[in-house]
Design a protein around this ligand. Sequence first.
Ligand code: F6P
Length: 366
Amino acid sequence: MGKRRIGILTGGGDCPGLNAVIRGVTKSAINRYGMEVIGFHDGFRGLIEEKFSFLTFESVSGILNQGGTIIGSDNKANPFQYRPHDCGKDVHVDVSDQCMQFYEDLGLDALICIGGDGTMTIAGMLMQKGAKVVGLPKTIDKDLEGTDITFGFDTARAIATEAIDRVHTTAQSHQRVMLVEVMGRNAGWLAMEAGIAGGADIVLIPEIPYDMEEVLRVVRRRNHFGRRFSIIAVAEGTKGIDGEQTVHKIVADSPDPVRLGGVSHAIAHEIESKTGIECRVVILGHVQRGGSPTPSDRLLGTQFAVKAMELVDKGHFNCMVGLQGCSMVAVPLEKVMGKQRLVPLDSPLIDAAMAVATSFGVKEIR
Ligand code: F6P
């Protein structure tokens, strides 16, 4: 029997820790199981367009602390809805059979798909066509079902917390309201955790549509008691009780075309015009996805990777590795596909934050 061979790809938006995972998969595949590793370039695009390279001990050395992904990522290429470069505008074709043929031609024993919910959904669809898949949960949004944590989140939370810490002094000096807008799509995990860790006075998340009257009341009240500045952590997916999310742009050829962002400007305008207090907006954007991963993300990524290889070795496929409590578990892909894990309203963290007078922009959480 020849050497076993696995493929690996990183799909969706990048985040810190991807390289730690690529290294963990490659090194343990070679070192512990004597396997060969193929890295597909730019997510599923590499599988579709047959672009890949062999990953070796040498090629993954020295990348543990590097941000991004050495094999590239892509949040548009989908084998089930592929948009060829050279065809007319809105033409999408299903090239999944061609991808499965390539998977067979390469003699892959497994495909490791590292990504968020979009990547897991595509991985699950390839599984239904016969691919042996193991998923690894990546996203700064922490919105994947089946796992308490995703790698990339800890680093993004640290960056967002530092930003909130930093605006405190300038907000105080100028007696301003500073709004710090954080990524996270439809989930408020990042804004909530960074906001609470950074001591924000108000935290606005999509799961709790805000009431502008309450936001104004909190800001005015702080002023009244001599706290002449306020910090508001805002999730990009935040919406008001009567409103909708603020769409920054539509990326037409992306499977998830909506890009959120900019809601803070409208909130700032409202606060400034109703209270007369000067407001400033800081939108953190992709800064949250860049740079070196925290030690936690490196450790988590390495453990996830090693667990994935253990599952491959045992022939346990069609699952995503997750961390539940203190245990690394294999979650069936069907339980992850097409789902989003949002902040539950009975979260102990929300309760703790409210106990220390942090506002969520509503009188009462229901
Ligand atoms: O899912 C990760 C994420 O960073 C979201 O938090 C954000 O809404 C989105 O990706 C941004 O996507 P893009 O990189 O395409 O602008």
